[in-house]
Design a binder for this molecule. Structure first.
Ligand SMILES: *Cc1c(COP(=O)(O)O)cnc(C)c1O
Length: 374
């Protein structure tokens, strides 16, 4: 069975973890700080990096660090992992879900502009699948309306926008290092900001609001959570980071092979390619209804060919949490269509070219099976 995702764990990863476990210091400490420095070096620019225990925690800390709370609105694309919108809810603020472009699956400046109200405080672009959002356009709108920008870059570590890594510039940028992402710390995330005061605020938010003075005394002046990353996890990140560009180059080569090899069929839409793409996932759209089937049945047939697939993602506004808040399925039609038609094909650095060819052949065969049945 070919899985749709598999983290690349090699001997150096095992050695790095064993070394920390033997060192006597396994919770947050020197490895975390070293990973923050290594990520800041990788990103370049003025990035200040703070590790957190998940990408979700990074988003939650970013919303809080931006001073967003009850009564405030944050514009979030309806096509993303639900964590993006939930981070806004966690701060007591209101996520305003907007539609995305059908092809890129990304937020557009026009959709942001249309959703702005007196209460809008921030916008949360998501670089979907690793394809960079048109950030210049988003930044122009944000600047004009005085909005903060919280980038959900969970898919985009190593992606590049106008020649620079995502996270080299911006306002608040959040990465995830979940095992499905392009490098992993098992669970883990990072928040990137561009000034020391915000970095210090994030340090307090991630650990009980604690502030330490030069003499080792401490004070607690605000709420803080328990969102720090353990050194065992950071050691894995430190071992993975030097291989990130190699992993991503392999992802890109596999994605390009997919794009050349996918069967041409009116029911099958390939994903949008683009400059700087980190190819976190390779998600096609299939018009299952037109083929007279469902995604679940289609996935079962692919499983019969020993191929596992994923679903990234059902549109956020179609979940009951958001239907209760007044959203109707037809509100964000492109996100809804993507949610209904998306299918994530296997993509991870250890895959071979012949794996891609096998997936494409099976995809053609399964489409033909359903066409024949109809
Ligand atoms: C993975 C992911 C997150 C959450 O990251 P975790 O590390 O799993 O908490 C947030 N947003 C998007 C778009 C993601 O893909």
């Amino acid at each position: 069975m070919l899985p749709f995702v598999r983290p690349t764990i090699e001997q150096e990863d095992l050695d790095a973890i064993a070394e920390v476990l033997r060192s006597g210091w396994i919770a947050s400490g020197p490895r975390c700080r070293a990973l923050e420095d290594a990520l800041a070096d990788y990103l370049g620019g003025g990035a200040r990096v703070r590790m957190l225990n998940s990408g979700t925690s990074a988003l939650e800390a970013a919303v809080l660090a931006a001073g967003i709370g009850p009564g405030d609105e944050v514009i979030v694309p309806a096509m993303t992992f639900v964590a993006s919108a939930q981070a806004v809810l966690r701060a007591g603020a209101t996520p305003v879900l907007v539609d995305v472009d059908l092809d890129s699956r990304n937020l557009t400046a026009a959709a942001v502009e249309e959703a702005i109200t007196r209460r809008t405080r921030a916008v949360m672009p998501v670089h979907f699948a690793g394809l960079p959002v048109d950030m210049d356009a988003i930044a122009a709108v944000a600047q004009h309306h005085g909005l903060r920008i919280i980038e959900d870059a969970a898919h985009a570590i190593g992606a590049r926008y106008r020649g620079r890594p995502i996270g080299a510039a911006g306002d608040l940028v959040c990465f995830s290092f979940h095992p499905n992402k392009n490098i992993t710390t098992i669970e883990g995330g990072a928040l990137v900001c561009f000034d020391d005061a915000t970095a210090a605020h994030v340090e307090r938010l991630r650990f009980h609001g604690i502030e330490r003075d030069a003499d080792g005394g401490m004070d607690v002046g605000e709420w803080g959570g328990k969102m720090n990353l353990a050194d065992v996890n950071a050691a894995l990140g430190l071992a993975q980071l030097p291989r990130l560009d190699r992993f991503n180059a392999r992802r890109r080569a596999l994605a390009e092979l997919y794009l050349r090899t996918l069967p041409a069929h009116p029911c099958l839409a390939p994903p949008c390619a683009g400059e700087g793409h980190s190819w976190h996932i390779f998600a096609v759209r299939i018009d299952f209804a037109r083929l007279g089937t469902t995604r679940a049945a289609f996935q079962r047939h692919l499983q019969g060919h020993d191929i596992a697939t994923g679903m990234h993602y059902p549109a956020v506004h179609t979940f009951s949490l958001f239907r209760q808040r007044g959203y109707r399925p037809e509100d964000c039609p492109n996100a809804r269509t993507i949610g209904e038609q998306t299918l994530t094909l296997p993509l991870f650095p250890a895959m071979t070219d012949s794996d891609v060819e096998r997936v494409c052949t099976a995809l053609g065969a399964v489409i033909a099976e359903f066409e024949h049945e109809r």
